[in-house]
Design a protein around this ligand. Structure first.
Ligand SMILES: O=C(O)COP(=O)(O)O
Ligand SMILES: [Mg+2]
Length: 232
């Protein structure tokens, strides 16, 4: 696997790009950190470090909350408190959403370049759709995307290919014409299962594991570098 900082893994025939949100366009780790620890305080649980929480991000809110309860509770107790903890977390996240997040370097330039290249853009995230839409609006990125799908948009979320295949169908394109870009094995597995080429970025959250070990078509240091590696 090559880590590419300039154009050298050019993909051809790409007509659209599906871009992940958390850990790819936005560093939302501080938002997750704050919301989870406010929930935990309500349950008289000690705060967790940002790194501990971030290693649980990427498979949706339900998985995150199950994991952060499992740090202290045995499985049966975690399950017993799951619904109330998820409600509490979502209540806090709705207020915090975007307050502590930042857009990664190269994102704006990458989206602009892709738009100028005539590429159609979709955002597919495992974040609940209502949070994803609000966050993209807040940071001024919503208008780049024709389509935004969240973790609750379909019966299955990434690493299942369902949301990616839905974008291909929306755009009336073959999966081979639609590049996926994400920060985790979730994104790469969903893309592989859908038949989409996929780039990973190395700066996000990959469940605490090395991105070098993920099967993808390349690691690009930014969305701008990804855009520079595409031609029609
Ligand atoms: O699990 C989440 O909420 C974030 O997921 P994402 O990386 O697919 O945006
Ligand atoms: Mg991600």
């Amino acid at each position: 696997m090559n880590t590419v900082t300039t154009a050298s893994i050019a993909l051809t025939g790409i007509k659209a790009v599906i871009i992940d949100l958390d850990g790819t366009m936005l560093d939302t780790a501080p938002d997750f950190h704050a919301a989870v620890n406010r929930m935990r305080a309500e349950f008289d649980l000690a705060p967790l470090s940002q790194q501990t929480i971030v290693d649980f991000v990427g498979k949706g809110s339900e998985n995150l909350i199950r994991k952060v309860l499992s740090v202290d509770y045995p499985p049966a107790k975690a399950e017993q408190h799951f619904e109330a903890a998820l409600d509490s977390y979502q209540r806090h996240y709705a207020v915090i959403n975007g307050n502590f997040a930042s857009v990664y370097p190269g994102v704006l330039e990458g989206l602009e370049t892709m738009r100028k290249q005539g590429l159609r853009l979709a955002c597919v995230t495992n974040k609940p759709l209502v949070f994803a839409e609000a966050l993209l609006e807040k940071v001024g990125l919503r208008d780049y995307f024709e389509v935004v799908y969240g973790g609750d948009s379909f019966p299955k979320k990434k690493p299942d290919p369902m949301p990616l295949l839905a974008v291909c169908a929306d755009f009336k394109l073959q999966p081979s014409q639609v590049l996926a870009i994400g920060d985790s094995s979730n994104d790469a597995q969903a893309a592989r299962a859908a038949g989409c080429p996929v780039f990973n970025v190395p700066y996000g959250y990959n469940h605490g594991e090395s991105i070098q070990d993920v099967d993808s078509d390349g690691i690009v240091t930014s969305l701008l570098v990804a855009a520079q590696n595409l031609s029609h």
